[in-house]
Each structure stands twice: as structure tokens, then as C-alpha cells.
Design a protein around this ligand. Structure first.
Ligand SMILES: Cc1cc2nc3c(=O)[nH]c(=O)nc-3n(C[C@H](O)[C@H](O)[C@H](O)COP(=O)(O)O)c2cc1C
Length: 308
């Protein structure tokens, strides 16, 4: 196979030039990386998580390195919707990649109001709904840990906007397929798997937790097998477009997620170590497709062989 493989992918109604996206919270609002990364080569930019009102985030320290991973407790710090619309979106909408706005709230109504406001915003191509947030109406249990609450958020966002909706699932549950099934039934365009795993680390010399918030979210290569397993399990059970995320550092990792059933991938923590990771992954995937005689990246999706 000599020609260029077709790298376009479709997640429900969202069409991307290629399957490589940058993950929420690890690429700011894009412009921060303008001088470091060939942004036009990305399939999509997923923004930092946005809430209706600005949030200051958690106390420092907010980041701690762990073996093959990163613990963070940023606390969803963000400038709020209005600053995004006025200061961040004008630059973003001039860029080639699709603009996916990650949103979160502490009530179902907050999610719906954010979605409705963004529905009217030119240059927003899709919403990504982060449901790994405490539900203040249900005693702080995260929306994503309860299938009913997760579906309520998904349905509320779905009916508040005509734009494509992706819902990002948390791995901190017993049965991710059960959550995925309820969310997918709300008619969303795709699911993103996974957000960070809850974790904690202690500095034995000071006797103090290494994060100001004590508990944080684990990301990086340490969580990749958990994420690949989550994608595989959901892909086996449901017919909904999936985006794989968790510990991707190179093209081989991206291919691994696609074989498990992902149509697209997101690169998160690896960007901190090497800002160009996401764009550097693309030629590797293209070469692999040519070497394995595939003419489009879609052919990788779910091509895992488990039998003999
Ligand atoms: C510093 C940091 C901030 C993050 N902020 C968000 C966020 O605002 N919203 C969200 O949905 N996920 C957020 N995430 C989760 C990532 O998007 C991603 O799901 C997770 O880190 C796993 O991917 P990775 O191992 O490639 O980093 C954040 C992750 C990190 C490391």
C-alpha cells in the first residue's frame, strides 16, 4: 500500500481530519502551546474544563509525580464561561482543528445552562461533558459514579444543544459498561474513556500528603492498561463511537487503543513531558497503516484478534 491512508474519523456527527486530540486540562485553551506545537496538525483541541462561574481550584501543591504517572488535584480551576467566550474562543475558532469544549457543573441544571450558552457560540464544534464532578444535590457523589445521575446529565446536555456531545467517563466505578450503556442511550455522539483514577501519595519525611487536596487523580502510563480495558469492555458491549485516553505516549499506544475499539484518542500528561507528543504520533500511525496494508485509520477500530 503506497498512498496516504485516509485519517479522517467520525464520532457521531463530529468529523475530524485525524483521530488525534489533546486531552482536557493538559493543553490549556490551545494558545499556550502556539509556539511549541504545530497545532494545525491536531484532529481536535479539547479545552480545559469550563464551569459557568470562574473557579480558583485547589490548594498547592497540585501536582506530584508517581512511578509512571502523575497525580493532580488542580480542582478544575478555570476562568469561567464568559472569559472563555470573550478571550479564548476568538483565537480557537481561527484554528484548523475541531474545537471541543470540556464542561462541568455541580448540578444538572448547571450543565444544561452551560450547554445552552455554548450552543449559540460560533466556533465550538462539540461539547465534552466531564461527569467526574461532585453532585451537590446528591451529597457530593460524583455524577459519573452513578448510572442514573450520569444519564441525567447526558440527557440534559443533549437536549440543551444541537452540537455534537461527547461524554467523558470516570474509571472510578465498579461497572463502567453499565454507566456507558445508560449514557449512550441518551443519544450522545460518543464516549471518552477514561478520566483520571483516584489516587494519593505521602511524603514520609514530612508525614504530609504530597497534594494539598490530599487525594487527586492519577494519569500517565500507569493507567494505560486500565483505560485500554475500559475501551475494550465498552466496545464489546455497545455500538457507540469511543475515544480512548489514558497514558498515551507514542503512536504504538494510540494503535493499542484503536485495536481495542477506539475511533480516536486523546493525549494528556505526555504533553507535559514532550509538548509535541500528539502531533508526533500521527506519522507513526500513518506508517503503521501502510505497513499493515490498511487504507484508512477506521480499519484499526476494534480489529483486535482474541481467538485463533
Ligand atoms: C493536570 C491535569 C488537568 C486535567 N484537567 C481535566 C479537566 O479539566 N477536565 C477533564 O475532563 N479532564 C481533565 N484531566 C484528565 C485528562 O484529560 C485525561 O483524561 C487523563 O489525564 C488521562 O489521560 P493521560 O494519562 O494521557 O493524562 C486532567 C488531567 C491532568 C493531568
Amino acid at each position: 500500500m503506497s498512498g496516504q491512508p485516509d485519517m479522517r474519523v467520525r464520532l457521531g456527527r463530529l468529523e475530524l481530519d485525524n483521530p488525534v486530540m489533546v486531552a482536557s486540562g493538559t493543553f490549556g485553551f490551545g494558545r499556550e502551546y502556539e509556539q511549541l506545537v504545530a497545532i494545525e496538525r491536531l484532529g481536535a483541541i479539547v479545552t480545559k474544563g469550563l464551569s459557568l462561574q470562574p473557579r480558583p481550584g485547589n490548594p498547592a501543591p497540585r501536582i506530584a509525580e508517581t512511578p509512571a504517572g502523575l497525580l493532580n488535584s488542580i480542582g478544575l480551576e478555570n476562568p469561567g464561561l464568559q472569559v472563555f467566550l470573550d478571550d479564548k474562543l476568538p483565537w480557537l475558532r481561527r484554528q484548523r482543528p475541531a474545537v471541543v469544549v470540556n464542561i462541568f457543573g455541580t448540578t444538572v441544571d448547571e450543565y444544561a445552562r452551560l450547554a445552552a450558552r455554548l450552543d449559540a457560540a460560533e466556533g465550538v464544534d462539540a461539547l465534552e461533558v466531564n461527569i467526574s464532578c461532585p453532585n451537590v444535590e446528591r451529597g457530593g457523589l460524583t455524577f459519573g459514579a452513578d448510572a442514573g445521575a450520569a444519564a441525567e446529565v447526558a440527557a440534559a446536555v443533549r437536549s440543551a444543544t444541537g452540537k455534537p456531545v461527547l461524554v467523558k467517563l470516570t474509571p472510578n466505578v465498579t461497572d463502567i459498561v453499565a454507566i456507558a450503556r445508560r449514557v449512550a442511550a441518551c443519544g450522545v455522539d460518543g464516549l471518552v474513556l477514561i478520566n483520571t483514577l483516584r489516587g494519593m501519595a505521602i511524603d514520609i519525611h514530612s508525614g504530609r500528603p504530597r497534594l494539598g487536596n490530599v487525594i487527586g487523580g492519577l494519569s500517565g502510563p500507569a493507567i494505560r492498561p486500565v483505560a485500554v480495558r475500559a475501551v475494550y469492555e465498552v466496545a464489546q458491549a455497545l455500538d457507540v463511537p469511543l475515544v480512548g485516553c489514558g497514558g498515551i505516549c507514542g503512536w504504538q499506544d494510540a494503535v493499542e487503543f484503536m485495536l481495542a475499539g477506539a475511533r480516536a484518542v486523546q493525549i494528556g500528561s505526555a504533553t507535559f513531558r514532550r509538548p509535541g507528543t500528539a502531533v508526533e504520533i500521527l506519522p507513526g500511525i500513518e506508517k503503521f497503516l501502510r505497513q499493515t496494508g490498511r487504507s484508512s485509520v477506521g480499519e484499526l477500530c476494534g480489529a483486535l484478534e482474541t481467538g485463533d
